[in-house]
Design a binder for this molecule. Sequence first.
Ligand code: SPV
Ligand code: MG
Length: 440
Amino acid sequence: MDKSGDQMMAKKVYTCFCTDVIHEGHMNILKRASEYGDVYVGVLSDEAMVGFNRFPTISLEQRMEIVRETGLVKKVLIQRDVMYDQILSEVKPDYVVHGDNWSQGPEKAIRDNVIANLERLGGELVELPYTYNENVKRIDDQMKEKLAMPEFRRKRLRQLIAMRPIVKTLEVHSGLTGLIAEKTVVETGGRLDQFDAMWISSLCDSTAKGKPDIELVDMSSRIRTIDDVMDVTTKPIILDGDTGGLVEHFVYNVRTLERMGVSAVIIEDKTGLKKNSLFGTEVEQTQDSIENFCAKIVAGKKALRTEDFMIIARIESLILERGMDDALHRAYAYTEAGADGIMIHSRKKEPDEILEFCRLFREKDEKTPVVVVPTSFNSITEEELAAAGVNIVIYANQLTRSAFPAMQGTAVEILKNHRALEVDSRLMPFKDIIRLIDEI
Ligand code: SPV
Ligand code: MG
């Protein structure tokens, strides 16, 4: 590094910030960066932050302002992608400065991307020791806590619908499965991916308790599950509210969920003894009248205290083989009654009827969010669903269905071998399971 004279002042140093708070770690990066030349900071856009599993709690303009206020920066820019291709082509810095905490895990993909870009464009990577101390940890924890607060979490689903091509939602039914949805980030094809939201499924919540999915597990118990999940996560929650029950009960439940910070409840237009939709017409199931179901939606909406919470109406016409016209007719009626979204369900192997519904629904309604649960029609990709106008995709039961055979297989092997040695190679190391849980 040439640190002398005018030549050094002409050098450009680039660093990217993805934070709602400037702490001593950031100040250290900026001070050290300024020793190399003029500092250009790229502030990650909302969309890029969300895709990177860092949901912003202040606006992009505010995030840019806190960087300007440090007084150590020549220019603040917007970085629109976690990968650096575009921004480095624009800025063409002599140095890219970053903390040294990105050599492992999914962030390594970003480091590799920066190195490849610097090879292409010229320039040097400077890695500075990341500041680990009590104060920095406390600030990071405070930011996380803020995201977990009801008023932040609740509105996050609506924010995601506006920001994401499709909101990817994973079923969770415990603190542990919540942690998987919260923390799993993968790198594929140079892109980082993660889940946006969590689904508390009636099927899996009931199954976890060894009970049938017939609205037997009552709301107090469902709330207990939600609370366990909320305790250890920050992502928004969509509750499978079954039929919503009696209108007189639904209004109270809606208010409780809203106060807790749940983002949405999905209620299905069935009545009487509810059975799981994947049984279709193999069991007796009764669809509610349009009039009754609309009255439930109206009452639920009236009970709400915020604009954040969503009541999403689930249409069972295709499941019950009542036809596309009935499904569409109901979709418009429920939207008219105030539903904040429509879930259309199908148990066909092919996605054709879902795609047909989306195409016809979108002819008249471009805005109302559409939700799908591709359990049976699982060959369709998120990109194809987004292109069809779907806003939320729910992977409704895959965690439960993968855990059960794994646990059952382990139980069988222990019984067969009269010891645990044979199963050890397929178990998570004990050290890893301890690390899974955050310490306070
Ligand atoms: C659930 O996950 O409980 C659902 C979706 O309601 S389905 O099982 O496909 O009906
Ligand atoms: Mg259900």
